[in-house]
Design a protein around this ligand. Structure first.
Ligand SMILES: [Zn+2]
Length: 211
């Protein structure tokens, strides 16, 4: 818990996530991060100060607090299928960085993402979406899929490439659509990073070739 004492800057926040994920891969759950009534009460009374904002997929296999071995009040997690950006999601992100001085935003896709596969299928088969809500989501993932589709014949490689491209696309949108983010990054108060979580190994790959 970082409500008192030193608050991590963006590089330290990234290091904390990397160290936490290394523990998760080894099956370690740190006891100090277990939720307790005392910790809950302290956070309720003192307020939150999450050290990282994470935008990730709603997939049940991608729980950020477990993947990074963190506890109550540590992460401000925004979850939506396909980790896309839309006004209310960007507003959540802006709210956190302005109110808590959170210095790191991590956009995290994951392997075998169903939202990405659904978009690949939609582009290939040109079928109407099941609802206008799903169509809206697919439209947000579509630019990444359209860019990668011509470059891959292997379906798994295509899937992985679209997942990484979609992370990159979401980061681009965060920058282009949020003056708050642009300003805070310029002032070196905020860093935006991308990563992909591997469902099979539990490992988070922070070394994406993003730009
Ligand atoms: Zn997903």
């Amino acid at each position: 818990m970082e409500t008192q004492g030193h608050f991590p800057d963006s590089i330290e926040a990234l290091e904390k996530l990397k160290a936490g994920n290394a523990r998760f891969v080894q099956g370690i759950r740190s006891p100090e991060y277990n939720p307790t009534p005392e910790k809950l009460k302290a956070l309720a009374e003192q307020g939150q100060r999450p050290f990282c904002i994470i935008l990730t997929c709603a997939d049940s296999r991608v729980p950020a607090e477990l993947v990074f071995d963190q506890g109550l009040g540590d992460l401000f997690v925004i979850r939506v299928a396909g980790n896309v950006i839309a006004p209310s999601l960007l507003a959540s992100l802006e709210f956190a960085t302005v109110n808590f001085e959170t210095s790191l935003v991590l956009v995290m896709g994951h392997s075998r993402c169903g939202a990405i596969q659904a978009t690949i299928d939609a582009v290939r088969n040109n079928l109407p979406a099941a609802s206008h809500n799903i169509e809206d989501l697919i439209d947000r993932i579509m630019p990444a899929v359209k860019l990668q589709l011509p470059h891959h014949t292997d379906p798994v490689k295509l899937w992985d490439a679209c997942i990484a491209e979609n992370v990159k696309n979401t980061i681009k949108k965060i920058f282009s659509e949020s003056e708050i983010v642009q300003e805070r990054v310029k002032q070196k108060k905020l860093m935006v990073a991308g990563a992909v979580f591997c469902l099979d190994t539990g490992k988070v790959d922070f070394d994406l070739e993003l730009f």
